[in-house]
Design a protein around this ligand. Sequence first.
Ligand SMILES: [Zn+2]
Ligand SMILES: [Zn+2]
Ligand SMILES: [Zn+2]
Length: 783
Amino acid sequence: MSRDADIAPPMNADGTGARLARNRIRVRGVVQGVGFRPFVFRLAQQLDLAGWVRNDGAGVEMEVQGPPGNLSALLARMIKEAPPLARVDTVERADCTPLTGDRGFTIRPSEGGAVTTAIGPDTAVCPACLGELFDPANRRWRYALINCTECGPRYTLTRHLPYDRANTSMAGFVQCETCQDEYDAPAHRRFHAEPNACPDCGPQLALVQADGVRVASRDPVADALLHILTGHIVAIKGVGGFNLVCDARNPEAVERLRERKQRGDKPFAVMVANVASARQYARVGNAEAALLKAPERPIVLLDKLSDADMHLWGVAPDLDQVGLMLPNAPLHYLLFHDEAGRPSGTAWLDAPQPLALVMTSANPGGEPLVIDNTEALARLAGIADLYLMHDRDVLVRCDDSVARIADGAPAFVRRARGYTPQAIRIGRKGPPVLAFGSYLKNAVCLTRGDEAFLSQHVGDLSNAATCAAMDATVEHLMTVLACRPEWIACDRHPDSYATQAAHRFAEAHELPLIAVQHHHAHIGAVLAEQPVDEPVLGLALDGVGLGDDGTAWGGELLRVDGASFERLGHLAPLALPGGDRAAREPWRMAASALHAMGRSAEIAPRFAHQRGSERIGALLDAGTRCPPTTSMGRWFDAAAGLLGVCEVMHYEGEAAMRLEALASHYGPAFAQPGGWHIDAANTLDLMPTLAALTGGDAPRGAAVFHATLVAALEAWVASTARAQGLRTVALGGGCFLNRQLAEGLSRRLSTRGLTVLRARQAPTNDGGLALGQAWVAIRAAMD
Ligand SMILES: [Zn+2]
Ligand SMILES: [Zn+2]
Ligand SMILES: [Zn+2]
């Protein structure tokens, strides 16, 4: 400390003589477009600090000056009280020389620089906006596109960075004077709320007939609800695209929607007003309630109450869970507000309400979600009776996310709206990698530093439109992250559009490409989000993925050591009679199992009603068009086929899901004695269990199959881990969506002292594959 008066710290502005300090502070994380600068502004005012704050390419930067104690308080409160949508990753602080006479605090214009910041995800309408939405005296009373810096759309309406109004689909709407004042006022909740709008200056709702003619309606929401309540199907524009909506309590309407969407028995998601309403249909514990209410507002898979199917007939047939979600857009809230009789205030928001709306993605024929108004009229013709839309464009399609609570913590089935583009921390920095993902449930992934950005769910690449959507997603992800890849990763299956696109991209940009084995990538996805550096034992249980020997794998025990893996064991192969068809027709897998048991004579009588059943035995004898697979999914199908639970599937995973529902309904069961064996080559054969299932009693059979499977896998994994000297087991692949399997096996392996890792932030199915590919590529690039 100097005694020289010339360089002594300046006195406080009030002349009290207290010593002043000045800090330069840099904050990184999700801190732009989330109200962070006004938040700092308010804190600085409360703490009597001088200085400034601004956005720059790396996040938020500020200089603050005042008594040292107040500076420390600012730092502490900046982390503790950050706005709900902000995520503070790092705070760097450096001392600098105090400026004499610096007074007041300002928000400075943005500084350029290399963009490393992330755009925020779309977020459900916040409590403050709900308060205004239902306050008859507020100028935004029942305004369907209300938002602020603490809520609303981000990702789905942004063309490119920086996140400014001019780069969003709000560019064409000029703010009225009142809105502009809010937008310009540093202390206001709408300071730089880019989609800020009101009924005077913002987008408007419209009710449109199937022929495109606008309905002369003074109240489009009330009229749309009336149509829904009288059995019609209304296409409603949501945050990430259109939903098809009908009254979930009206079986005829639900059936009509099913027929028009040609959807088979695939379950629908249902929107209810709040947690109390969800409890009318499903078991909702604290963790489930928190997930339902999360600002990301996913569809949450919940255990049905015993009478749920009576109220929601045909919504999720033959399954033990139903997907429920709470309103996310203000427009959704308006429907429930109408149904509640339009009360003033927000007390009604917590009261149970009978209204339940089927809310399913408007993606006819498995093509991408409809996002555009004109496109909606064309592509939903013959499906929707009416359209409730507005003129704020959705620029980036984003399906609803699907999650559930597994072992007390959230896990994804589909990761999209609300979560994209939240980063997944992958524990080590590497070169940027672009991974192209899988054929089914495609999503792509781009890494930047130690963050992985898994794109929103794109869909099955079975049609040109979805392939084009994948290409657009790749471009958009690179744009909004301002990141160009240095490595490319993809699956090893040469026929997938994703793989071909990856090769084209790598060639065009002269980048190194790494093709990652499918199940290696599944285990990689688990290891990416829970960084482990030592080798692990990976158990991948899955539908299908190309193996290194050219056959279809899907029940694999792998030793995974970063970029390399070794196959330590697999399920006994089953023949796929008829090739790919066998993956959709469980009766064929049952026939395959009967043939393997030497009971081919039973095939034709059992499945006489299935075309080709009389020839399938000969096909299996000859071994023509009967490629082998080690897929766990096909073993589930065989069990479901033998028990008569599901002979032909209408959606992927149906047989296994129905089998699981029967098993959980039945309750605990013992494993089949002698139900499996493991041979010298470490192949696990479950055929003895299947042989015991052929007797009938589906619920009991389903329960025994699950119990035997868990016991067999436990023995197999534990003995392999011991032999390999491995202590950590990573469980990956689509079959781990099965809770009986995932939770039962995790518990048992943990009891044996093994550390069990499962996917949490990315889906365990192919929706998370790109993350695993990227992780393997990073390890390959670094090693
Ligand atoms: Zn808000
Ligand atoms: Zn306005
Ligand atoms: Zn897979």
